[in-house]
Design a protein around this ligand. Structure first.
Ligand code: 164
Ligand code: MG
Length: 336
C-alpha cells in the first residue's frame, strides 16, 4: 500500500525529461523520466516501457512518497556503491570503471543477446584486472540463460574470478529454475551465491522468492516496491525471517530517483552491501548540476533538487510529454 495518497500532481509540478546516456545500457540510449516537484522534495516516475499500468503504479507511489513525505531518518552519511559495467567489449572496461572512482565491487552485465560466453568471460577478466586484488565482481544475466547455459557460464566465470565472485544476479528467469540451479551448483561443488532481481521486481509478493529458497541475496529497488518505506519493511522481513543478504539497487534513475535508493540504503539497520546506486555515472546529462556520482566508492546521502534550467534543457519532445502525462494519470487512478 502507498505510504501517501496525494491528488494527481498539477501539470505545473510535472516535468518530463529525456536524458542522453553516456553508455548504452539495457538497450537504452536515452533515459526518459518524469520529475515531480512536491512539498517535501522531488520525486521521480520512470517505469521502463514494458511495464503495465498496474506495475507502474507502484513506481508512482514511490515518486509521490518522495515528493509529499520525504525520506526517513538516515543512519549513515554515505552509502557504498558498486560500479555498473554494461555489456561492453573488454577493451572498453577500463574506461567504464574510470567513471566509478574508488568502487571495490563491480556489477557486470552478461548474457547480452547477440553475444557469446567468450565475450562475458573476456569482460569479466578485464574487470578483475582493473579492480586488482580484493576487488569483488557480481555478474547480472537478467535471466538471459537457460539452466544448462547458466551452469556452464557460471563454471567459467567462477574459474576467472575465484573468490572474487560476489554473486550471480538472476542467471535464469524463473523461480523453479533458480531453485534448481542452486542445487546443481552445489552438486557441482561451485560456491556461487545467487541473487534475485526480476523475480522480485515484478512479483506480487516480494517474499515469495525467499520463501522458495531461490536466492542467497535479494536485490531491492525503491520504485518497483512502491517506495522507501515499503522497501524497508520488505528488507526487514527478508533479513529477519529468511536470513537472505540484501543489495539496494536502482532503475537507471536520474539523480533524483537515485537519492531515494540512497535514502533507503542509509536507513537500513545492519550491514549494507555495496549498492547499485552509482548509475548516474552512466548518464551523459542529469537534472541537477551536482549529480549523485560515486566519490571514493560512495555516494552522499541527502536530497537532490532538480534544477529548472536543466529540466528545460532536457525537456522531452511534446509527444513524449503527452505520453508520460497520460501514463501518470492512468497510474494515479490505480492508486488506492
Ligand atoms: O545494480 C546496478 O548496479 C545498477 C542498476 C541495474 O543494473 C539495473 C538497472 C535498471 C534495470 C535493470 O535491467 C538493471 C538490473 O538488472 O539490475
Ligand atoms: Mg539485475
Amino acid at each position: 500500500m502507498a505510504a501517501v495518497a496525494p491528488d494527481l500532481p498539477l501539470p505545473s509540478q510535472v516535468h518530463v525529461v529525456a536524458l542522453p546516456m553516456a553508455r548504452r545500457f539495457r538497450g537504452i540510449d536515452v533515459r526518459e523520466a518524469v520529475l515531480v516537484d512536491g512539498p517535501a522534495g522531488w520525486g521521480e516516475f520512470s517505469p521502463f516501457e514494458g511495464y503495465d499500468d498496474a506495475e507502474s503504479s507502484r513506481w508512482l507511489a514511490a515518486c509521490l512518497e518522495a515528493a509529499y513525505l520525504g525520506p526517513p531518518r538516515p543512519l549513515r552519511e554515505r552509502v557504498e556503491v558498486n560500479a555498473t559495467v554494461p555489456a561492453v567489449p573488454a577493451a572498453d572496461v577500463a574506461a567504464v570503471l574510470a567513471r566509478f572512482p574508488g568502487c571495490r565491487t563491480a556489477k557486470v552485465k552478461v548474457a547480452e543477446r547477440g553475444q557469446v560466453l567468450a565475450d562475458d568471460l573476456d569482460r569479466v577478466a578485464a574487470v578483475r584486472d582493473v579492480l586488482g586484488p580484493g576487488g569483488r565482481v557480481r555478474v547480472d544475466a537478467n535471466g538471459g540463460w537457460d539452466a544448462a547455459q547458466a551452469l556452464d557460464a557460471l563454471r567459467g566465470i567462477a574459474r576467472v574470478l575465484g573468490p572474487g565472485l560476489d554473486y550471480a544476479e538472476q542467471p535464469v528467469a524463473g523461480l523453479e529454475d533458480m531453485v534448481r540451479l542452486r542445487t546443481s551448483l552445489a552438486a557441482a561443488g561451485l560456491e556461487v551465491p545467487l541473487a534475485a532481481d526480476e523475480l522480485l521486481r515484478r512479483a506480487e509478493d516480494p517474499l515469495a522468492v525467499a520463501l522458495a529458497g531461490a536466492a542467497d541475496v535479494v536485490v531491492v529497488k525503491v520504485a518497483p516496491l512502491g517506495g522507501v518505506r515499503r522497501l524497508l519493511e520488505v528488507a526487514e522481513e527478508l533479513r529477519e525471517r529468511y536470513a537472505v543478504g540484501l543489495t539496494v539497487s536502482s532503475a537507471l534513475d536520474t539523480s533524483v530517483g537515485l537519492s531515494d535508493g540512497v535514502a533507503a540504503a542509509a536507513a537500513l539497520p545492519g550491514p549494507v552491501r555495496a549498492a547499485g546506486l552509482g548509475t548516474a555515472a552512466l548518464l551523459a546529462a542529469d537534472v541537477t548540476a551536482d549529480p549523485l556520482l560515486p566519490v571514493g566508492g560512495h555516494v552522499r546521502v541527502g536530497p537532490v533538487v532538480a534544477e529548472p534550467d536543466l529540466l528545460a534543457r532536457w525537456a522531452a519532445p511534446p509527444e513524449r510529454q503527452r505520453w508520460w502525462r497520460d501514463r501518470l494519470r492512468r497510474c494515479h487512478a490505480l492508486l488506492g
